[in-house]
Design a protein around this ligand. Sequence first.
Ligand SMILES: NC(=O)c1ccc[n+]([C@@H]2O[C@H](COP(=O)([O-])OP(=O)(O)OC[C@H]3O[C@@H](n4cnc5c(N)ncnc54)[C@H](OP(=O)(O)O)[C@@H]3O)[C@@H](O)[C@H]2O)c1
Length: 341
Amino acid sequence: MTKNRAWEFTPDSGAFRLECVERPLIEPGPGQILVKVGAVSINYRDLINLRNEANRPVGGKIACSDGAGVVISVGTGVTAWKPGDEVAGCFFPQWQDGPFSMSHHRTDPGGSCDGMLAEYVLFDETGCVAIPRGWTVAEAATLPCAAVTAWAALMTRGQLRSDETVLILGTGGVAIFALQFAAAQGARSIVVSRSADKLNRAKSLGAWQTVDRTATPEWDREVWQLTGKQGVDHVIEVGGPGTLGQSLASVAAGGKIALIGVLSGFGPPQDSLFPLVTKNASIHGIYVGSRADFLAMNQFIEQHDFRPIIDRRFRFEEADQALSALAEGEHFGKIVVDYSL
Ligand SMILES: NC(=O)c1ccc[n+]([C@@H]2O[C@H](COP(=O)([O-])OP(=O)(O)OC[C@H]3O[C@@H](n4cnc5c(N)ncnc54)[C@H](OP(=O)(O)O)[C@@H]3O)[C@@H](O)[C@H]2O)c1
């Protein structure tokens, strides 16, 4: 056990490609644990880094933020974990609780630091959480970014109540966790997707209403009608500048838009923000969440009987293909690199 295979970002024509390299295995230092990774899940953010769309200097760093595995050994002073424990890494390992600090941007795996797409990774003992009881490591690998983001948006910041309505854009990783959390909370969800097939699957997961944005490009009008011209209390806004106008048209008086994603790009909003004013609504910028959010979410998951939706699994040797599959956008829920395959 002296080598550690890992997928690194390698500079390629102004962007990056993934390259599988061998690194020496490092023993855990004081306060650290060594984890044998069992699975990694792919997020759109990994594509953003691969394509160099956010100009982040990820060259030479191990890719991907989300993974889970089993503790192999612990450094001196570690009390929280022992060999054999199953853990998932935190997106912001040093954001333990409370308000966000800009310093946390220096610690995100697969971005500022080495990520999870390796056979072995080191964590600080406070940089991970136990996986939910009864979940497999591959299931738990879906949680750190997509699920914690949906949780922070709806529950921590949104304070979602069972008598409220949630608008969810798309059927990707963040969206499907938001749908599952909303359904478990007893709230009503409206899912907007370009695919009728995906909308049927969303219904089977508890969507109250669905809107096909291919058939109905002005989906905000449909949302308005479906809510009896009241609008929705929460929006899971993963589209960004190209969809924010329709989200603003869909939101209720006093409603909350969780601004999460950039699927339509990083530019300025394409529509006026004035409806925010006329509706006394608010936009919450969401960037994943803290370790405390992750722990609260896992408690909720254990209290409610649902599992993550894993659309496709790839072998470790196929990890670059897993990112390509996410880019194709045909998935529903999560794509996972499962090392047990
Ligand atoms: N701020 C944060 O903390 C945070 C955390 C996680 C993700 N994000 C961001 O949130 C977004 C989603 O991430 P993800 O990992 O869940 O992505 P994903 O799994 O790749 O899901 C993307 C899905 O969104 C839908 N979609 C794509 N383009 C769209 C558009 N222009 N308008 C409406 N829907 C669109 C599609 O669903 P259909 O085929 O069903 O239409 C697509 O499959 C990304 O921009 C990501 O960077 C931000």
